[in-house]
Design a binder for this molecule. Structure first.
Ligand code: AMP
Ligand code: GLY
Length: 426
C-alpha cells in the first residue's frame, strides 16, 4: 500500500460493522463502502453504505472497476461459496477472502473432514454417506450420534443426538423430508465428543498462518447453554482454556495446516475460522472460511495493530512481515436479539440508544436506517462489547450499557462470559 485506499466490505452484520470500525481507524484507509451495510455502518466516519445485491457478482465487479476499489473484504460465506473471489480476481481486483475451492472447507463438511484426515488434524471419528439406508446402517454404531448436512445450512444443519432414535429422526428430516434440499444430498456422521469449545481465527496469505486471539462463543439461545443453537448469543476473549492448550493447538492443528499450505494440499487466503473442541486434547469440529460473528466483534476491540495492513498483507503474500499485537484487556460481547430469535426476527421496531454509553462499544447487526430513524432489521440486532482490564469489569461494562438501549421485544443472555474461570462468581 503506497497511498490511502478505498475499501469495499461486503455484508450487513455485526461482524461487518466491527470490520468497518477497525479498518476505518487505519491511517491508510481513505474511504469504505459497506454493501449493503446496516444502521451502524451508515453512521461510521469514512464509511458509506452501498445498496447493491452482493450476490450479483457482475454488479459488484462493475462497482469495483468504476470506483475504483483497492481492496474488497468479503464478510459472509454465501458469496465465497458461490465464487465471488474467483470472479473479482479474474478482473485483477484485490480481494481478502478465499476462492471457491478454498471456501470448500466451509461449504462441504465432508471435504473438511477428509482434509483433516489427510493432513493429520485431530477431529471426531466420522463417515460420509449419501442415503437414508446408509445413514441407518452407520447410526447403529454407538459412536455415531452427530449428523451434519454436507452443504451450507445457515448453522441449522448439525444434529447432536442423544440416541439412535434421535439420529434416525434427523436422518429422515434430511433425506426424506429434504429439509435442506441439495445441501443434504450427503451427510457426515460423527462420533459425539464432549468438552469446551473455542473459536480461533487465523489470518492466511496462502503460505503463512497467523492466529488471532481465541474467543469463546455462546451458541445456545438461553442461559446455561439451554435452548436451540443460534449464530451466537455472545462471546468473550481472551480464553483461559486456550492458554492452557496453546502449545497443543499450535503443534496438532496449526502446524499441519501450515504444512498443507506449503505442500499445496490446501490453497487458501483470507481468514480461517477454526472451531475447536477441547477434551483431553484439541479436536477441530469445523472450519469456516470467514470471520466469525460475534467473535470478530469481541476480538477486534482488543487488536492494537492496523487491521488494514494485516488484511492487505494476506492479499500480498507478506503476512510474515506483520505482527499482530493485542492489548491485555478483556472483552465481553453480548448480543441483543429479537425475542423470537433464532426461529424469527424483528423488522421495523424503533431502536433507541442513549448517548450516555461510555465504557462499551455498540456494533449494529440487524438494524437499518428508515427515513433517518434507526429500526430493527434481523434476528440479532445489536452487539454490546465491554472492554476493560479485568474480565469481571468487561462483563460489567457490557451489561451496564444495556439499559441505555431499547427496542420492542429485546432479549439477551444474562450469562455471557460467566463460565470463564477468570470470573467464576459474577
Ligand atoms: P459445527 O457447525 O460443525 O461446529 O457444529 C455446530 C455445533 O454442534 C458445535 O458448535 C458443537 O456444539 C456441536 N458439535 C458439532 N460436532 C460435534 C461433535 N462431533 N461432538 C459433539 N458436538 C458437536
Ligand atoms: N459464531 C459462529 C460463527 O460465526 O459461525
Amino acid at each position: 500500500m503506497k497511498k490511502p485506499v478505498k475499501i469495499l466490505v461486503l455484508g450487513n452484520g455485526g461482524r461487518e460493522n466491527a470490520l468497518c470500525w477497525k479498518l476505518a481507524q487505519s491511517p491508510m484507509c481513505k474511504e469504505i463502502y459497506c454493501a449493503p451495510g446496516n444502521g451502524g455502518t451508515a453512521s461510521l466516519d469514512k464509511v458509506k453504505n452501498l445498496d447493491i445485491d452482493i450476490l450479483d457478482f457482475n454488479l459488484v465487479n462493475k462497482f469495483c472497476k468504476d470506483e475504483p476499489i483497492d481492496l474488497v473484504v468479503v464478510g459472509p460465506e454465501l458469496p465465497l461459496s458461490q465464487g465471488i473471489v474467483d470472479v473479482l480476481e479474474a478482473d485483477d481486483i484485490r480481494v481478502f477472502g478465499p476462492d471457491r475451492q478454498g471456501a470448500c472447507l466451509e461449504w462441504s463438511k465432508a471435504y473438511a473432514k477428509e482434509f483433516m484426515e489427510n493432513v493429520g488434524i485431530p477431529s471426531a471419528k466420522f463417515e460420509v454417506v449419501d442415503s437414508l439406508t446408509k445413514t441407518e446402517a452407520v447410526i447403529k454404531n454407538h459412536w455415531a450420534r452427530v449428523i451434519k448436512v454436507d452443504g451450507l445450512a445457515a448453522g441449522k444443519g448439525v444434529f447432536v443426538c442423544a440416541d439412535e432414535k434421535e439420529a434416525q429422526e434427523a436422518a429422515e428430516k434430511i433425506f426424506k423430508q429434504r429439509a435442506f434440499g441439495d445441501a443434504g444430498n450427503k451427510v457426515v456422521i460423527e462420533e459425539k465428543l464432549s468438552g469446551d469449545e473455542l473459536s480461533l481465527l487465523a489470518l492466511c496469505d496462502g503460505t503463512n498462518l497467523v492466529p488471532m486471539l481465541a474467543s469463546q462463543d455462546h451458541k445456545r439461545r438461553f442461559e446455561n447453554d439451554r435452548g436451540p443453537n443460534t449464530g451466537g448469543m455472545g462471546a468473550y476473549a481472551p480464553v483461559e482454556l486456550y492458554k492452557r492448550h496453546e502449545k497443543a493447538i499450535e503443534e496438532q492443528v496449526l502446524n499441519p495446516i501450515r504444512k498443507a499450505l506449503k505442500e499445496g494440499k490446501l490453497v487458501f487466503k483470507g481468514v480461517l475460522f477454526i472451531g475447536l473442541l477441547i477434551s483431553d486434547k484439541p479436536h477441530v469440529l469445523e472450519f469456516n472460511t470467514r470471520f466469525g460473528d460475534p467473535e470478530t466483534q469481541t476480538i477486534l476491540p482488543l487488536l492494537k495493530s492496523d487491521l488494514l495492513e494485516a488484511l492487505w498483507a494476506c492479499t500480498d503474500k507478506s503476512l510474515d512481515k506483520v505482527k499482530l499485537e493485542w492489548s491485555n484487556n478483556s472483552s465481553c460481547c453480548v448480543c441483543l436479539v429479537a425475542d423470537n430469535y433464532p426461529e424469527g426476527s424483528s423488522k421495523g421496531q424503533r431502536i433507541e440508544i442513549s448517548s450516555d454509553i461510555e465504557d462499551a462499544v455498540v456494533f449494529h447487526a440487524g438494524t437499518k436506517l428508515a427515513d433517518g430513524k434507526l429500526v430493527t432489521n434481523g434476528g440479532r440486532v445489536l452487539n454490546v462489547v465491554g472492554v476493560a482490564p479485568a474480565m469481571s469489569e468487561a462483563i460489567a461494562a457490557a451489561y451496564n450499557a444495556i439499559p441505555s438501549i431499547k427496542f420492542n421485544g429485546m432479549a439477551y443472555r444474562r450469562d455471557i462470559a460467566r463460565r470463564t474461570s477468570a470470573c467464576p462468581s459474577v
